[in-house]
Design a protein around this ligand. Structure first.
Ligand code: CA
Length: 395
């Protein structure tokens, strides 16, 4: 089997008055770079490359740099393709766009491999440990104008909505406001979670700063999070500051999570060996695809670091993450695996995104008990609606 055609697609969906803020950015649109690979046997695989930045540079990298190097190659030889592409971009593209582009190509190759062998990707990864996974709602962004960012009433309404929809775990944002205002938001969301949790239990609750703080402020915030029983503190400091990460991790009791800004096993090696994180969060569409995420997961587990991937993007990104999650063993092993304790969870973004909700003919959805089913069809186990690709593609 040979790759005969590679196409990239840049999809965009403006959010209008549904835009939102995290600590670093306003989000005024949702976007994805998709890649479609066709083989001489007629099989077609889909992938996605990139997290939230402009999709055009990723598409250009696929079109001009990667495509000429994979046409004519066997898509089942994912490792050979990956290493050759990475060797080509190593001198100038070890992080960022180039690796995001490789991620999309890699996912599409896995999709083809699964279809060729009539197996879901998780079966090709060695088998599934679960057929569904507990998901957590990623929400609690800053909405409305600046005058509403600190409005805990608005946040409480949103949290109640996620719980009504079946979620049993939640992550919210901090880092845009003063420490006092953000800790008030953390406390407000916790109250709603506790009111809805069965007596004597607490729902997993996580907080994400998107690297908003210098280390000494991160420690102050982290102590506030510990008072609210927060499970992990995500991206407390900038990814470049390994020493700051270590200082925060060593000082605080709350688990430190990071990884969505990191590319390839080499970045994760440094985070792990430097004692920066308790939980690694590789993003399949950013860190190098399924092939690289599997290597990162093995590396992390070897050093006692848990793996709970970062997920953003379209339904393709969600499906790729679900196959990867299915293949992660409980860590450490337990006769009674429990979400967040030794079981992975699925990050399920709850911000508006039609590319997540409409791109797949059978969209990935939340079950009543807060879990999401792992796709069981061949490859990614999805059917991409090419009418939707055209709808959100360049006009
Ligand atoms: Ca995050």
């Amino acid at each position: 089997m040979k790759i005969v055609d590679v196409r990239s697609y840049t999809l965009k969906s403006p959010l209008g008055d549904q835009g939102f803020y995290a600590s670093q950015e306003s989000f005024s649109e949702r976007s994805s770079c998709l890649v479609r690979i066709e083989t001489d046997t007629g099989l077609v695989g889909w992938g996605e490359g990139g997290l939230w930045g402009a999709p055009e540079p990723v598409a250009a990298m696929i079109d001009h740099v990667l495509t000429p190097r994979i046409i004519g190659h066997n898509p089942l030889h994912m490792d050979v393709i990956w290493e050759r592409l990475y060797a080509h971009i190593r001198d100038w593209g070890r992080q960022g766009t180039a690796v995001e582009a490789i991620s999309g190509v890699d996912i599409a190759c896995w999709d083809i491999a699964g279809q060729a062998l009539q197996q879901p990707i998780h079966a090709l990864l060695g088998g599934a440990y679960r057929d569904r996974v507990q998901s957590y709602a990623t929400g609690g962004y800053y909405k409305g104008g600046p005058e509403r960012w600190a409005d805990t009433g608005l946040l409480k309404e949103e949290v109640a909505r996620h719980l009504d929809n079946g979620f049993r775990a939640l992550k919210i944002k901090v880092g845009l406001l003063s420490v006092a205002e953000d800790l008030a938001r953390v406390k407000a969301a916790r109250q709603v979670l506790d009111e809805c949790a069965p007596s004597g239990t607490r729902f997993p609750y996580m907080v994400d700063a998107n690297h908003a703080y210098p280390p000494h402020i991160a420690i102050t915030v982290g102590r506030g999070l510990e008072e609210e029983g927060v499970l992990w503190f995500e991206e407390p400091v900038i990814p470049e500051d390994r020493k700051g990460y270590r200082q925060v991790a060593e000082t605080l009791d709350v688990a430190i999570a990071a990884g969505e800004c990191e590319h390839t096993r080499y970045c994760f090696r440094d985070l792990i060996l430097d004692g920066c994180i308790d939980i690694a969060q590789p993003d399949i569409c950013g860190t190098g695809g399924i092939s690289e995420a599997v290597k990162i997961a093995t590396l992390a587990r070897t050093f006692g670091v848990q793996v709970i991937p970062h997920v953003w993007g379209s339904g393709i990104a969600l499906a790729a993450a679900l196959h990867f999650i299915a293949s992660l063993p409980p860590s450490p092993h337990s006769a009674n695996p429990l979400p967040a304790l030794n079981e992975p969870m699925l990050e399920f973004d709850r911000n508006p995104n039609p590319l997540r909700d409409t791109l797949l003919r059978d969209p990935i959805a939340l079950e009543d008990d807060g879990t999401v089913r792992i796709p069981q069809g061949p490859g990614l186990g999805i059917s991409v609606d090419e009418d939707v690709v055209a709808q959100f593609g360049p006009k």
